[in-house]
Design a protein. Structure first.
Length: 168
């Protein structure tokens, strides 16, 4: 084994479901430390949902003490309303990172898919299958937000020269 160990927290922010995944990178090995999601109830006032995401993100960061928090860049598709909600959830995750003085880095969806699957246009199922293989998991994590969070953490492992896979 070579290189320093690094703990990365991947986050896939959303108002209803915010996925997270903690991955350790040491040398050429990736090891999952924990993953799951923060769920908020529909119908609850927005400020209470955001406060819950912030509170739980704070607890997760405090528990794992990652060196880096990685997220996927916000991608505007057709639904502008949901994009604003995701942006607000992302903002409270950024605030939690700042509270813990953690580096916050973002990757495009294309970068994440390229780093995990080797194809920037990979399907969601391909990303899930590779996350399972790369982290030696018995099943693809569910919901998809958790898989996406782990994929972003893996992307950071593969894109950070200080902790990148060894060249063969």
């Amino acid at each position: 084994m070579w290189g320093e160990a690094m703990l990365i927290l991947g986050i896939d922010p959303g108002l209803a479901v915010t996925g997270y995944g903690v991955v350790e990178k040491q040398g050429s090995l990736l090891k999952p430390h924990g993953y799951g999601c923060i769920r908020t109830e529909a119908g609850t006032p927005l400020e209470q949902r955001l406060a819950q995401i912030y509170s739980e993100a704070n607890q997760i960061i405090g528990k794992w003490k990652p060196e880096v928090i990685a997220v996927e860049q916000l991608f505007f598709n057709r639904n502008i309303t949901s994009a604003f909600a995701v942006g607000q959830a992302r903002g409270v995750c950024l605030l939690a990172a700042a509270h813990h003085q953690c580096q916050f880095i973002e990757y495009t969806p294309l970068q994440v898919k390229q780093a995990v699957v080797g194809n920037g246009r990979a399907a969601k199922q391909q990303v899930g299958a590779m996350v399972r293989v790369l982290l030696n998991l018995s099943a693809i994590p569910r919901p998809d937000d958790v898989t996406d969070a782990l994929a972003v953490a893996i992307c950071h492992c593969n894109n950070n020269p200080a902790i990148a896979f060894p060249k063969r």
